[in-house]
Design a protein around this ligand. Structure first.
Ligand code: LLP
Length: 462
């Protein structure tokens, strides 16, 4: 027998992840801590995509990113269906591949009809190699190099122009280029200051107070096919109002552009929808978020008597974040009486830099003893030479032993993509699971990989 389970507050521990709890799944992946296919199997082990997690670790090693295809595809479809429902016939969802750029993810997003937002030549190369077509590729970035611009132009993708320098570089290149302009909308939202981008003091986008000069300049450039505006207000956002307000702000830009005979046919409202990392996180569903952005743009266009532009959005975290877990093997522990118990895992800040960078909070379960009672509050440490390398502070867990498999939830976004080789740890492998099958999508790095780019100066190598 297989039971589904969901996180609950347990009486004695604060938090447990117990079978048959009364948490009602919402089916919006971003509102769940675990992938939609999560189950406890007969061996009391966590199962994702029909695969037993401890067995995956035996086969592929740890740390291991385990990505659930069904959750990912469900999120893609929910975005597409909601856009179609609230903004019929004229929308495009892009996957913000900075959340996790690799061939498999780009190919899956593309197969679901999504385009891809890239922010570097490397992300562009990955998306093209995955088979994404140029009409669905958008290049962002606040300091694109001339060679990145040339690569994007040669690939026929749309360039989201961020600043004056870039405009001048494009005019110098002087090749026909489809562009959008990124502007800072001046909208504040409540999220970590490092991932806020919409306020005026942001490094991204043109200052909206300079719009007249920008429009006057762009309207004179024959090589530039200026189709629309882009804005992104930040990431891991739970409020709906800022995204509603964004529509109104962007529609004002369309109105202003018309004075320069610039006809705007596209608006891209960015990404930003938050996900559930802990039981207290309560983000809107994908459907609610899409409804908000669509209404924001529609209401403003109706008020200004403007035709509806094509509407794009580019979520990253809410597409892939909840579809993935990271499985670690527990190793050493250290008990400091009356202070704290540390248990250490075989990864840490190199495979998930978010706790040390943003003080992000994660939750974990022990994948090989899912129904065991919660008995301890411990701090899960990584294995790096850095005191701040803590995966989870005060995690409530069952009794653990070396060799147990600790699963950290909701690690699909900004984990692999921000991973490093600090302390020369090889980057972990990633598997895609679906209906009992596991496919390797990212090979584990080897020690040879680590020194592949190293060169000894000649005088030392003899
Ligand atoms: N579009 C643009 C222009 C962006 O800058 C971003 C994220 C997105 C879309 C996607 O936003 P999302 O839907 O994922 O919120 N490393 C940080 C997050 C940085 C977000 C950067 N931009 C983190 O780990 O929280």
């Amino acid at each position: 027998m297989v039971s589904t389970f969901h996180p609950v507050e347990s009486e004695n521990s604060g938090l447990g992840y117990l079978p048959n709890s009364n948490h009602t799944p919402t089916n919006s992946p971003n509102q769940e801590l675990l992938p939609l296919t999560a189950k406890i199997n007969n061996g009391d082990a966590l199962e994702i995509g029909g695969c037993d997690v401890p067995s995956l670790v035996k086969q592929f090693g740890s740390p291991l990113y385990i990505l659930d295809e069904e959750t990912l595809r469900t999120a893609c479809r929910q975005y597409k269906q909601a856009m179609e429902r609230y903004y019929p016939g004229q929308s495009q969802v892009l996957y913000a591949s900075k959340a996790w750029s690799c061939l498999a993810l780009c190919a899956i997003a593309h197969s679901e009809g999504l385009g891809i937002d890239v922010v570097s030549g490397g992300e562009l190369y990955t998306a093209i190699a995955a088979g994404v077509t140029p009409d669905k590729l958008y290049l962002h970035g606040n300091n694109k190099s001339v060679s990145e611009l040339n690569y994007a132009i040669a690939s026929n993708c749309t360039i989201v122009v961020d600043n004056w320098q870039e405009l001048h570089n494009l005019v110098t290149i002087n090749a026909p280029t489809r562009i959008m302009l990124r502007l800072t909308p001046g909208i504040e939202c409540h999220t970590h200051e490092y991932i806020r981008t919409g306020h005026l003091d942001s490094k991204f986008g043109f200052d909206p107070n300079q719009l007249d000069e920008v429009f006057a300049f762009v309207s004179q450039q024959e090589c530039l096919n200026f189709v629309g505006f882009h804005a992104h207000i930040g990431s891991q956002i739970f409020e709906r109002q800022p995204h509603q307000d964004l529509g109104a702000v962007m529609v004002q830009w369309i109105k202003k552009a018309a004075k320069y005979s610039l006809k705007i046919s596209e608006l891209n409202v960015g990404g930003g929808l938050g996900i559930r990392y802990t039981e207290s996180d309560d983000p809107p569903s994908i459907d609610e978020w899409v409804q908000t952005i669509c209404h924001g743009v529609k209401d403003a266009c109706i008020a200004e008597n403007l035709p509806l532009p094509k509407l794009l959005c580019e979520p990253g975290r809410s597409l892939v974040g909840s579809a993935c877990i990271t499985a670690y093997t527990i190793g050493s522990s250290k008990v400091i009486p009356e202070i704290r118990t540390y248990i250490a895992v075989d990864g840490g800040m190199s495979d998930n830099p978010r706790p040390i960078t943003y003080q992000s909070v994660y939750r974990a379960v022990v994948a090989n003893k899912m129904s065991a009672p919660i008995t301890q509050t411990v701090t899960v440490a990584g294995k790096h030479c850095e005191s701040g390398d803590i995966v989870i502070k005060n995690a409530t867990l069952p009794t653990t032993n070396p060799g147990d498999i600790l699963v950290v939830m909701a690690t699909g976004a900004y984990n692999y993509s921000m991973a490093s080789n600090y302390n020369r740890l090889p980057r972990p492998a990633a598997v895609l699971v679906n209906k009992g099958e596991a496919n390797l999508i990212l090979q584990r790095e080897t020690y040879q990989d680590l020194i592949r780019q190293d060169r000894l100066p000649e005088r030392l190598s003899s």
